[in-house]
Design a protein around this ligand. Structure first.
Ligand SMILES: [Zn+2]
Length: 414
């Protein structure tokens, strides 16, 4: 297994990664564009796209923005609304694993930025049935979240005849460099299926014998018909093709402007992105280790190395610090789903990557990848690194509340 000479991604990255003759990965190479492209020109290009969608009659929204109580939502809405003067409809798929802070961040987002928000909550019984099936089939507790987040905006675009959807960063560009920023890659059903949904479309879940899933159960997760998408002219663009993406700086701007709430995360040092979910950097991230041998901390370290805020050495220390953590919120998840811990581990172990893990003499799982130094690391090293690994923990707007249960529906404070 290869490891990048600059960041810490390995050749088994699930989104696919390639390496050049200097041992540098495609993600690092495409990331170099961030310091080369003329972002004023890119921003003008975005402006001209957005202008085509402004609804001058005032009888409909200009665009749809998918949001949550975390992950760049504030920055995207702020930018689209205040920098480019669009009138967006915010849409949010309810992931069910909501934290108190996430509920409040989302509620406050619509109030503080004067936007309309449409939230979609699927019947918990259906969500649980689907989650049992996706754990068994692909070892994922997050399939329903990703499927819902990536399809609800498209369904609304078709139903409400709002053709433009605006997303934040495309991971195929920002993480692995599958495309250049200049490709201006847009949302497709194919990418969603192959990468976001790990190859498993909603329709593939129908299974009366084993999981008892019917077409009615998966309706909320089905992509609209191609003909309908074409009739409305639905397209989804990604802001990171037009704006120099820097998640940490963007979140800090939003903390200052709007009091976006942050919180400590179990599996990573980045306290900004995934504050809205009990599982994303916890149970889900633990599963990512089992399946791929790395977790969110590696994603965040690679991002920070490329943005010249972290050296490779600090990155390795951080990965070692968070690696192999025990999920803090596992019991909460097991109680929600109604399965036993040994059943959970049995199901997840079926998806364990045998290139990365092996049983040792004590029948415990042992991690096989070792990061070693070689000459190419010095050649690939970025210069002018200014280390900054400080992440602000903002004060909770609901002090003395002990956040220990999923909140399905809740309210903010404004
Ligand atoms: Zn790299």
């Amino acid at each position: 297994m290869k490891i990048c000479s600059r960041c810490l991604y390995t050749s088994n990255h699930p989104l696919y990664i390639t390496f050049d003759e200097e041992g540098v990965c495609s993600g690092c190479r495409v990331h170099e564009e961030k310091d080369v492209l003329d972002w004023n020109v890119r921003s003008k290009k975005l402006e001209s796209i957005l202008n085509q969608y402004k609804n001058n009659n005032g009888n409909n929204y200009d665009c749809i923005i998918p949001v949550s109580g975390g992950k760049d939502s504030y920055f995207i809405v702020h930018t689209v609304k205040y920098k480019y003067g669009m009138n967006p409809l915010l849409v949010s798929y309810n992931k069910h694993y909501n934290t108190d802070r996430g509920i409040r961040n989302l509620a406050n987002l619509k109030t503080l930025m004067d936007c309309d928000l449409m939230m979609f909550t699927v019947d918990p019984a259906k969500v649980k049935k689907i989650t049992r099936a996706t754990i068994r089939r692909i070892g994922s507790i997050y399939w329903h979240c990703i499927a819902g987040q990536t399809v609800f905006p498209v369904q609304m675009a078709v139903k409400l005849k709002i053709p433009l959807i605006i997303w934040g960063a495309h991971q195929g560009v920002d993480q692995v460099g599958m495309y250049s920023h200049l490709d201006e890659v847009e949302m497709t059903r194919k990418y969603r299926k192959e990468h976001d949904l790990m190859g498993l479309e909603a329709e593939d879940l129908i299974n009366r014998d084993f999981d008892n899933i019917t077409s009615n159960d998966i309706q909320a997760f089905c992509y609209p018909d191609d003909k309908e998408i074409e009739r409305i002219g639905v397209r989804g663009i990604y802001l990171n093709n037009y704006i120099r993406w820097d998640s940490k700086a963007q979140h800090e701007q939003m903390i200052n402007l709007y009091g976006y709430e942050t919180d400590y995360q179990t599996g990573t040092f980045d306290n900004y992105n995934d504050v809205d979910c009990f599982n994303y950097s916890d149970v889900h991230d633990y599963i990512k280790y089992v399946k791929h041998g790395y977790g969110k901390v590696t994603d965040h370290v690679c991002r920070e190395i490329r943005l010249k805020r972290m050296t490779r050495e600090t990155g390795i220390d951080l990965v070692n610090k968070y690696k192999l953590f025990s999920p803090k919120n596992l019991n909460l998840f097991l109680n929600w789903l109604g399965i036993k811990e040994n059943a959970f581990h049995y199901l997840i172990d079926q998806h364990r990557n045998d290139q990365i893990w092996k049983r040792n003499d004590n029948w415990a799982w042992e991690f096989m990848i070792k990061t070693t130094n070689n000459n190419s690391i010095e050649n690939a090293r970025l210069t002018n690194v200014q280390e900054n690994t400080n992440y602000v923990i903002s004060k909770s707007k609901r002090e003395n509340y002990f956040d220990d249960k999923y909140i399905l529906i809740g309210k903010g404070i404004y």
